[in-house]
Write a protein that binds this ligand. Structure first.
Ligand SMILES: Cc1cc2nc3c(=O)[nH]c(=O)nc-3n(C[C@H](O)[C@H](O)[C@H](O)COP(=O)(O)OP(=O)(O)OC[C@H]3O[C@@H](n4cnc5c(N)ncnc54)[C@H](O)[C@@H]3O)c2cc1C
Length: 448
């Protein structure tokens, strides 16, 4: 059915028509309008009224395109919803200021305590809840959609540090530390990487421990240690000079010979406080040696668990960037149209959504595998490689969608763009995790 040009024109805002008539030959335009098709008339109507004649409700950005959240239990969704609300109410309003200042907002710790999240992952005896890894993933996803640094603070404390005590500590050590850690009353850090030993730290660990009566003397340095500038203790991994075994120690803040220097000038995760730790003949009582570790095997077991969490960081960071980009594309106008109406921008958005959907699906399944006790190193390594790479590609497209505004902190996507670089490099670099998967699928090791 053909629209009546006069009926359509009668809906026009006359002030807008008057403004147009200053710029165009209105009689000629009206004559042309009488020969126009429906589509052309609607386009003309939108042009003259500034697009207000056809109010349109656009879909709200939602990175969960496959409805994966619907496959979760009501309780899991409730916890995810609480983390989402916390991030929007408590972290989003202050995160740019703290990111800019390269500082950690300590005031969020009591509010995080109220959420009581850690008990949804760990039990006080150091065992894991049946759905611990799914829960950890959802918490990480929701946190990273808003701010990756907050998830890293949580992951270092409730993942790396707590898992070290849970897997390597005696019953007495677990009883002393785990309840306090779950209440965020004692904050932990995890010291493995060294200035000269990142990827090769398992083979080239230079930090040493030497037994001396009822205590141990620790010597060496640890680099990049998250939370360490303010943590109550740091788990330090060191090689025994007598026999070469790797041992873990709970080193309390303030121990003589233990010092932390903040790493300045980071261009990613600026809210996370990373430290360079020096152990200068640091004496630690044998009671603070993690009593049940089994050499490097325990360290590797901790990393296997937490690597899944880092893969989830990639999902959350990319999902957050995608939703920001979609919202911006629905709002921002150029050439008289929302940029979301341009095919090339839709191509970016669909590409981002495909990445996020693949990453989310992969990590959710990986978490189910882990909770079922079926996850192997190469599974977590593949997820880390895949999500880190696809997160990087996704945030780049999101940033591009914002044009120049994409490099301004106030628009949000710039922080995701920068933080992705840290996700890409820690918990095993792209190359190291690729070598782990490559060895598993070929049966041939390409490690040097
Ligand atoms: C923001 C941030 C937070 C961190 N937090 C912590 C923490 O809390 N605790 C902790 O212990 N550590 C932490 N780390 C350290 C992190 O785990 C290391 O940065 C990571 O393991 C890589 O080590 P590296 O930086 O020394 O790089 P290197 O090992 O020097 O690697 C440099 C490059 O060489 C490549 N490479 C190395 N070996 C090989 C090989 N055999 N084959 C092919 N390529 C290879 C790497 O893939 C990489 O591209 C953190 C790092 C960052 C950036």
């Amino acid at each position: 059915m053909t629209a009546n040009p006069l009926a359509l024109l009668s809906q026009l805002d006359l002030e807008a028509v008057a403004r147009v008539s200053e710029k165009v030959d209105l009689p000629a335009l009206l004559s042309a309008a009488s020969k126009m098709s429906d589509g052309q008339l609607r386009q003309l109507s939108r042009l003259v009224t500034g697009g207000t004649s056809e109010p349109q409700t656009l879909p709200a950005p939602n990175a969960d395109f496959f409805g994966l959240m619907d496959t979760l239990s009501a309780e899991q969704r409730e916890v995810a919803g609480r983390v989402r609300a916390f991030m929007h109410a408590e972290v989003a309003p202050i995160m740019n200021e703290y990111w800019n200042r390269d500082e950690f907002p300590h005031q969020i710790i009591p509010k995080l305590r109220e959420l009581d999240l850690i008990r949804r992952i760990w039990r006080e005896d150091g065992s894991r809840q049946p759905d611990a890894t799914v829960m950890e993933g959802l918490i990480t996803l929701e946190a990273c959609k808003v701010d990756v640094s907050t998830a890293v603070f949580f992951g270092v404390h409730a993942g790396l540090a707590l898992a070290s005590v849970a897997l390597g500590g005696s019953a007495a050590q677990k009883a002393e530390w785990l309840p306090k850690m779950m209440d965020l009353e004692a904050i932990g850090a995890f010291g493995l990487t060294e200035p000269e030993g990142g990827s090769q730290v398992s083979q080239g660990m230079r930090t040493t421990c030497k037994r001396d009566g009822n205590s141990w003397i620790l010597r060496g340095q640890k680099k990049w240690i998250g939370n360490s500038t303010f943590s109550d203790f740091t788990v330090i991994w060191a090689r025994d000079v007598d026999g070469g075994e790797v041992r873990g120690f709970i080193v309390r803040a303030g121990t003589p010979g233990y010092s932390v220097e903040k790493i300045e000038g980071k261009t990613a995760l600026r809210i996370v406080q990373n430290g360079l730790i020096t152990l200068d003949d640091c004496r630690v009582p044998d009671a603070d040696r993690l009593q049940e570790t089994q050499g490097w095997r325990t360290t590797a077991e901790v990393l296997r668990l937490t690597r899944t969490g880092v893969a989830w960081q990639g999902v959350g960071c990319a999902a957050g960037a995608y939703e920001l980009a979609l919202a911006y594309a629905q709002e921002r106008k150029q050439f008289g149209k929302r940029i979301g109406e341009f095919q090339l921008i839709q191509n970016h958005l669909v590409h981002m959504l495909g990445n996020v959907t693949a990453m989310f699906t992969m990590c959710l399944h990986l978490s189910h595998l882990t909770d079922a006790g079926k996850m192997h190193d190469e599974h977590a390594a593949l997820a880390k490689v895949f999500t880190a790479a696809h997160c990087r590609a996704t945030v780049a497209l999101a940033r591009e969608t914002f044009g120049g505004n994409g490099i301004l902190l106030e628009h949000g996507v710039a922080k995701h763009f920068a933080d992705t670089e840290a996700i890409y490099s820690y918990e095993g670099t792209n190359e190291i995790n690729t070598l782990v998967v490559g060895r598993a699928i070929t049966g041939l090791s390409a490690f040097v």
